[in-house]
Design a protein around this ligand. Sequence first.
Ligand SMILES: Nc1ncnc2c1ncn2[C@@H]1O[C@H](COP(=O)(O)OP(=O)(O)OP(=O)(O)O)[C@@H](O)[C@H]1O
Ligand SMILES: [Mg+2]
Length: 236
Amino acid sequence: MAPPPTPGERRLLRIRGLTRSFREGTRVHRVLEQAAACIGTGEVVAITGRSGSGKSTLLNLISGIDAPESGSVCIGATEVTALGEPQRTLFRRAHIGFVYQFFNLIPTLDVIENVRLVMELNGARAGEAQERSRAVLAELGLAGRERSAVDQLSGGEQQRVAIARALVHRPALLLADEPTGNLDEATAAEVLPVLLAAARTRGATLLIVTHDAAVAALADRVLELRDGQLHEHARA
Ligand SMILES: Nc1ncnc2c1ncn2[C@@H]1O[C@H](COP(=O)(O)OP(=O)(O)OP(=O)(O)O)[C@@H](O)[C@H]1O
Ligand SMILES: [Mg+2]
């Protein structure tokens, strides 16, 4: 197991020279080219950029789901890009939480089973996993829904379950890929503050991919992905 992120360090995430391309027939499409960024512990950062600019690719590299051709990603004291795949998986499970656009809940598991699964995979005791899952669900306004089937919940409720799942193992880093992209405007306006508040109360770093200017306005920083690189937006 890789060493955990160093607590109390001001910088949580460092990306250097990150390069990733995909082959399309005979052509090579360079999606990220020497992308770089430094993100502090507890920062909420919006990642913007046109469709196809490489936002999801970037998150996959940060979380170690994918590996770059060159460059590095460090999370706390761990260079994720130097780990082999099994170690990256263990590191991801222990230290990263994800929220996806289409929720990605497991339909055969009920609400609390979806939430506690990551803790079980991390080897937590069943009682502790159950207790922590119940507490996070209650915090997100889902007390009493623990045994519901996930497909019986509204979109906003399903996304709150997904947020609970992302938080329950207390990750240092939260990655959200258009978390409100599949919700109507009113529901998005409800769910988004829940995610931001949860990250901020925990001091977790949150990277949130978004097309929504309102989301970007709530972030501490905005990084735009353009021409394979991250560009910092000046804030008013
Ligand atoms: N596994 C893959 N194989 C081939 N090409 C890929 C793969 N993953 C991503 N790409 C290509 O890389 C580019 C960036 O994709 P990516 O999904 O990262 O964009 P995005 O910014 O997340 O877009 P969107 O806003 O539409 O979600 C696209 O041109 C896409 O087709
Ligand atoms: Mg995407």
